[in-house]
Ligand binder design. Structure first.
Ligand SMILES: Nc1nc2c(ncn2[C@@H]2O[C@H](COP(=O)(O)OP(=O)(O)OP(=O)(O)O)[C@@H](O)[C@H]2O)c(=O)[nH]1
Ligand SMILES: [Zn+2]
Length: 354
């Protein structure tokens, strides 16, 4: 298990420039400070980045994260692999950094589907679902809505209608940990060779569902020990799991704080009807406040757009703009750092010549 992963065409294309006798493609299954766990064709191994790799790291995003495909070479040293390059990411799930820190922190890469878990009882909240949908669309992964705890819900039809109204054809699956048929149905819908993550608020049943999907108790599986940089020992579990059914599930602690980050694209995808309405406004620069012929104000008046949803849209737009501004500042800081590095390298060249 685990070493049968299938690579897509672009991955193989990327790999072509490497000598397959010396290098292989591996997938990051866990990250620690300077050590990684990777799945290789010979199973799971520890890995570190090469010296050249670490020299080229400018920001955190240049470091491998769970789910990354990487090029590794084997070293004789205790069967430790060396990471040379990260393959282009097809998706990245991020969280905005806390407080005054700039930018995004990538939690996982190359996720195909994101299961947004919402409980059908107390946790049920359409505005929160909108937020998750937006963030998932931003990440490059495809959202799937999982409505869990169906056993605790007695107005399922009503709630389904509310979800359908905002999800634009996103797949919706109803589950309950108490109903084996429903759980098996969810499992049967997951695709081979695809990578899934579960997001959602605390207590909605993510761990319960993950355990079922992997057919085991994740908390109790394979702890391995290894020495870190300082020769200390730490015990830890991995974050990327291969199921015997052929799909992967990433279950990483940071995912629990998966929050908004990124472009306005996610907002316009998850609020498609508002984006489309805005195109019908008489003025192309309509601010949708009091201009004549404003399609959004019209929709609000005739009730086809609810005030709650429009408020939610404006709020998410504002947050996205804020995280973008934070990121701009971060990019500028990185650019500066890069130039410092370059000029330092040039300086040492000059001093060598002397
Ligand atoms: N009645 C009912 N209880 C459920 C269902 N799914 C999970 N639970 C219970 O809800 C509680 C929380 O489930 P978890 O799987 O730990 O939820 P989580 O989303 O992983 O929570 P965090 O770890 O806090 O993020 C547990 O007591 C579960 O047994 C369900 O479908 N129906
Ligand atoms: Zn308008």
């Amino acid at each position: 298990m685990g070493n049968e992963f299938v690579l897509n065409e672009s991955t193989l294309e990327f790999y072509k420039k490497y000598d397959s006798n010396l290098f292989e493609i591996a997938r990051i299954s866990s990250c620690y400070r300077n050590v990684f766990k990777v799945w290789t064709t010979d199973g799971e191994k520890l890995a570190k980045v090469s010296g050249k790799f670490s020299f080229q790291v400018v920001s955190e995003e240049d470091m491998p994260v769970v789910g990354d495909w990487v090029i590794t070479s084997k070293s004789n040293l205790q069967d430790e692999a060396v990471i040379h390059e990260i393959l282009p990411r097809t998706s990245k799930l991020s969280r905005a950094k806390a407080g005054t820190e700039f930018g995004e922190q990538i939690i996982a890469a190359n996720v195909d589907y994101c299961l947004i878990v919402m409980a059908l009882n107390l946790d049920f909240n359409i505005r929160r679902l909108e937020r998750y949908l937006t963030a998932v669309w931003d990440s490059g992964a495809t959202p799937i809505i999982v409505l869990n705890k169906a056993d605790l819900c007695n107005d399922l039809d009503e709630k389904m209608k509310a979800v359908e109204a905002i999800s634009f054809g996103t797949q919706i699956i109803i589950t309950s940990a108490t109903d084996l048929e429903k759980m098996k149905n969810l499992q049967s819908l997951l695709l081979k060779n695809k990578t899934y993550v579960l997001v959602g608020s605390s207590g909605v049943g993510k761990s319960t569902i993950t355990n079922f999907l992997l057919g085991r108790d994740v908390q109790e599986t394979t702890d391995i020990r290894f020495g870190d940089d300082k020769g200390k020992h730490c015990t830890t579990t991995r974050d990327l799991y291969y199921s015997e059914f052929g799909y992967c599930v990433i279950d990483t602690p940071g995912m629990r704080e998966f929050a908004l980050f990124g472009s306005e694209e996610g907002v316009s995808t998850s609020f498609k009807e508002i984006t489309e309405l805005a195109l019908q406004c008489r003025f192309t620069d309509c601010t949708h406040k009091n201009e004549p012929g404003c399609a959004i104000q019209n929709a609000l008046r005739n009730g086809s757009l609810t005030q709650e949803r429009y408020t939610s849209y404006l709020k998410l737009l504002r947050e996205e703009a804020y995280s973008l501004r934070k990121n701009d500042a971060k990019l500028m800081a990185e650019e500066k750092k890069k130039w410092k590095q370059i000029s330092k390298a040039q300086y040492s060249q000059i001093s060598k010549k002397r």
